[in-house]
Design a protein. Structure first.
Length: 113
């Protein structure tokens, strides 16, 4: 069973930046799309961004132009670079491996105003 471990969350002021990492236990990026989701208190989990096995990316409207997904296949790690953070970006961020429907444990991102 593939395992995903997120890291990099924390507290940041509005306008700041954070980079999240998602380390996979196996080399899976060539066969599985990966995604970053987030869930704010009292809200449903939503897709932030995804990257296909072929490298195509897509972004939610609320993060376009501010967030960037990338991956390092040698390190089995997917990254989420978050710039110009807003208080409404506050949420638990989860990494997701599409092929196995596997979630990471989540990492908290809090943006203060």
């Amino acid at each position: 069973q593939v395992q995903l471990v997120e890291s990099g969350g924390g507290l940041v002021q509005a306008g700041g930046s954070l980079t999240l990492s998602c380390a996979a236990s196996e080399s899976i990026f060539s066969i599985s799309a990966m995604g970053w989701y987030r869930q704010a208190p009292g809200k449903q989990r939503e897709l932030v961004t995804g990257i296909t096995s072929g490298g195509r990316t897509n972004y939610g409207d609320s993060v376009k132009g501010r967030f960037t997904i990338s991956r390092d296949t040698a390190k089995n790690t997917v990254f989420l670079q978050m710039n110009s953070l807003k208080p409404e970006d506050t949420a638990v961020y989860y990494c997701y491996a599409n092929l196995w429907s596997v979630w990471g444990q989540g990492t908290q991102v809090t943006v203060s105003s």
